[in-house]
Design a protein around this ligand. Structure first.
Ligand code: ADP
Length: 320
């Protein structure tokens, strides 16, 4: 059968971003469409690097939903896991970085199609074909997609996939910060690989010191790899056997959207190619260098999907 290496589960949506920077949503003279959603970005990152990827999620049977499905297909991501909801619309977000430095969000989610994915609708054969099953988005927040999320994780685990989790905390979507923390940590020990940002590390541990002691608060005995991404400071890694950090690349950053997804996509590709990197520190450091380069390149262009690199671009940055 046609096996998928990496199956990514969750939401795909369109961010509407003001045509000029530093304004509030109300002041925006116009908006540009930026397709995204962290799990979809990861699937496209994997595909652009040359590995097989599938995306599982639900879209509205509307103009935006079909646009997003086309983007996945154009990027070589298998559409076998895409569903269209006949009633609800595709999720939309309006996002701006205001002049005062605060991010402002407004969402169309009442409810959007992605939230209505049910456990019965899941393509179980596709999930069973995964070598790595990646997830992590707001699909934990509400039913029925929460049950679908938990079932998909269980099926993937039973069939021997590595589970990869990125909480992708988007706090404005949760009923409360406490609820977000509780739900995110409730599935923590089910994952084999977890990637958090420095902001998520602080949110989940309550400590603003980025060091080994804080990172170890997120460690669980059955974890294989814990990663903490630090933007222009690179990334930190923890396994049962070793831990350390790998520096970032210096680039001309214009928009950091999607850097974390690019980093994760690169890492997962390399794990599928050679699972022994999880037990070999020098191999893992090489892979994280590659993943840091992917993240760095993604910050040099506007938007997430258009900025995800090919392997040739990554090697060009690494080999200077
Ligand atoms: P997230 O998008 O999840 O917050 P980061 O912003 O930390 O994740 O980015 C992921 C990785 O991308 C980082 O570990 C780093 O290697 C790279 N990266 C991100 N921002 C920059 C930057 N400004 N310069 C160079 N590399 C970056």
């Amino acid at each position: 059968s046609d096996k998928s290496s990496i199956v990514s589960f969750g939401e795909m949506l369109i961010d509407f971003v003001p045509t000029v920077s530093g304004v509030s949503l109300a002041e925006a003279p116009g908006f540009l469409k930026a397709p995204g959603g962290a799990p979809a970005n990861v699937a496209i990152a994997v595909s652009r690097l040359g590995s097989k990827a599938s995306f599982i999620g639900k879209l509205g049977d509307d103009e935006f939903g079909h646009m997003l499905a086309d983007i996945l297909k154009q990027n070589g991501v298998s559409g076998d896991g895409i569903l269209f909801d006949q009633g609800a619309r595709t999720a939309l977000a309006f996002v701006t970085l205001r002049a005062d430095g605060e991010r402002e969000f407004m969402f169309y989610r009442n409810p959007s199609a992605d939230m209505l994915l049910t456990p019965e609708e899941l393509n179980l054969d596709l999930i069973r074909s995964a070598k790595v099953f990646h997830y992590g988005s707001i699909s934990l927040i509400v039913e029925p997609c929460r049950s679908a999320h938990l079932k998909a994780m269980e099926v993937a685990k039973e069939s021997g996939a590595l589970l990869s989790y990125d909480p992708n905390l988007r706090l404005p979507l949760w009923p409360s910060a406490d609820e977000a923390r509780k739900q995110i940590l409730s599935i923590w020990d089910k994952a084999d690989i977890i990637k958090v940002s420095d902001v998520e590390l602080e949110f989940l541990t309550g400590s603003n010191k980025i060091d080994d002691e804080t990172a170890m608060k997120l460690w669980r005995p059955n974890l294989t790899l814990l990663l903490i991404t630090l933007g222009e400071k690179g990334s930190m890694y923890y396994t049962k056997y070793f831990h350390g950090s790998v520096d970032a690349f210096h680039v001309n950053t214009v928009d950091t959207t999607g850097a974390g997804d690019s980093f994760v996509g690169a890492l997962l590709c390399k794990i599928v190619e050679d699972p022994t990197i999880l037990e070999n520190e020098s191999k893992l450091r090489e892979v994280l260098k590659f993943a840091n380069a992917c993240g760095a390149i993604t910050t040099t262009k506007k938007g997430a999907i258009p900025a995800l690199p090919t392997e040739a671009e990554v090697l060009a940055l690494i080999n200077g």
